[in-house]
Design a protein around this ligand. Structure first.
Ligand code: HGY
Ligand code: MN
Ligand code: MN
Length: 419
């Protein structure tokens, strides 16, 4: 049996063309694209994805946190088998992070419809604000679906510029009326680029993702005293910038010393009044801590708190807020096994692995059998315009997603709880 007959026929050229078209929405001056959640660029991307979902014969629905779904009803009633990801991006992003899982999901839904009405309903989701760059916490749309954050709290979240999630959803026309928990699926499979170096380095076609590491995000403000850069002796300064950068350096060095797998990142830092000849009176920065071991993540957070107490003892005022957190998550073993057997049937090399990046799947995992499929990222580069995955690899991942969903929608439990 050739590979194509074994699975559903994915229109690979259309998949690649749509990824390029979506990747052009919000193109920035750095060779990438910037489509922050609920921005005009995100609205344009949502409109494009909704048109593709309609073209695939799906019923397009939007829930109250703006999650966008394409649904194909099944012969039997019941919650859908769901795939999907996100189309919002970080700043100066690559073209595949999130978008690949949504565009491939649309291909699979189209192929399933062409094959005839599936026994179970199928849905493709594009979740709101997965990246969390404009509104924290990240994974917002899937967090609300999974009941990790009340809808009202999510709608009230504010961006640095004061924009509120609820107002922005209305402004871009994606303030749906459906209850987010109405879309709790029977099972969820997310297809995503690895965003790390493993599959590319080992020359393996697909990753069967068994777990996602935990992460904690902190926003920290340090108040010192603005002063003259020339006349103020070092001993009389309360330089908030130096205090912030010193602490940031210690956090990164400690993660480096602890070695893999813990990671620490200070991705944003703003100084006030931000002038070359003024000792900064205020510094605001963020810390992203991650570790697959919950206890080690907690230790890293405790050490951060210790560092902040030291800064206070030096005479600064410190305000620290945890703005996102999620413990490590393990995916459904039976669903992982189904994906792995599908890779074998499609003659794709595969390996089991963990995810260093966060994904909406880690939120759904608390509510339904969930797993992920990775395809290689060239040299592991991601969150960077140079993010790249070979066309053949993109097509193979989509075929494996199709193969997996076909077996899930056609009935049979495959040892998966609740199916
Ligand atoms: O931050 C992450 O790991 C993901 O890209 N949102
Ligand atoms: Mn990302
Ligand atoms: Mn992503």
């Amino acid at each position: 049996v050739t590979r194509r007959e074994a699975g559903l026929r994915i229109d690979a050229p259309r998949l690649l063309a749509r990824l390029a078209q979506l990747g052009a929405v919000g193109a920035d001056a750095h060779g990438g694209r910037t489509r922050l959640a609920l921005s005009a660029e995100d609205q344009a991307a949502r409109d494009l994805v909704a048109s593709w979902l309609r073209e695939a014969g799906a019923d397009v629905r939007v829930d109250a946190i703006g999650n966008l779904y394409g649904v194909l009803d099944g012969a039997q009633a019941g919650p859908p088998i769901m795939t999907g990801s996100h189309i919002d991006t970080v700043r100066r992003a690559g073209a595949y992070d999130g978008c690949y899982g949504v565009v491939a999901g649309i291909e699979v839904l189209d192929a399933l419809r062409r094959r005839g009405r599936p026994r179970r309903a199928v849905a493709v989701a594009a979740f709101t604000n997965e990246e969390g760059v404009r509104f924290a916490p990240d994974l917002l749309g899937s967090r609300v679906v999974a009941g990790h954050i009340p809808l009202e709290e999510a709608l009230a979240l504010e961006a640095d510029d004061g924009a509120r999630v609820g107002d922005e959803l209305r402004r871009i026309g994606y303030a749906g009326t459906l209850a987010p928990t109405a879309f709790l699926p029977a099972a969820f499979v997310e297809l995503h680029i690895e965003q790390g170096p493993v599959l590319d380095a080992e020359g393996v076609a697909v990753g069967v993702v068994e777990a996602v590491q935990g992460h904690a995000w902190w926003r920290i403000a340090i108040e010192g005293t603005a002063n003259h850069a020339g006349t103020t002796p070092m001993t009389l300064r309360r330089d908030a910038g130096a205090a912030a950068m010193g602490l940031a350096g210690r956090l990164v060095e400690r993660a480096r010393a602890d070695g893999v797998p813990q990671v620490a990142t200070v991705g944003t830092l703003s100084l006030e009044p931000n002038a070359i000849n003024v000792v900064p009176g205020r510094a605001v920065f963020t810390v992203d801590l991650r570790d697959p071991r919950d206890a080690m993540l907690e230790r890293a957070e405790a050490l951060l708190q210790e560092g902040l107490r030291d800064v206070e003892r030096q005479g600064f005022r410190v305000a620290a807020e945890r703005i996102s957190h999620h413990a490590a998550v393990t995916f459904d073993p039976a669903l992982c096994a189904l994906i792995e057997s599908g890779a074998r049937e499609l003659q794709l090399s595969s390996r089991r692995m963990n995810s260093g990046a966060s994904h909406d799947a880690q939120m759904l995992a608390a509510r339904c059998p969930t797993a992920m499929i990775f395809v290689p990222s060239l040299r592991g580069i991601s969150h960077n315009p140079k993010e790249h995955t070979e066309p053949a690899a993109l097509a193979q991942g989509a075929e494996l997603l199709a193969h997996t969903l076909l077996r899930l929608v056609d009935g049979g439990s495959h040892g998966i709880a609740g199916l």
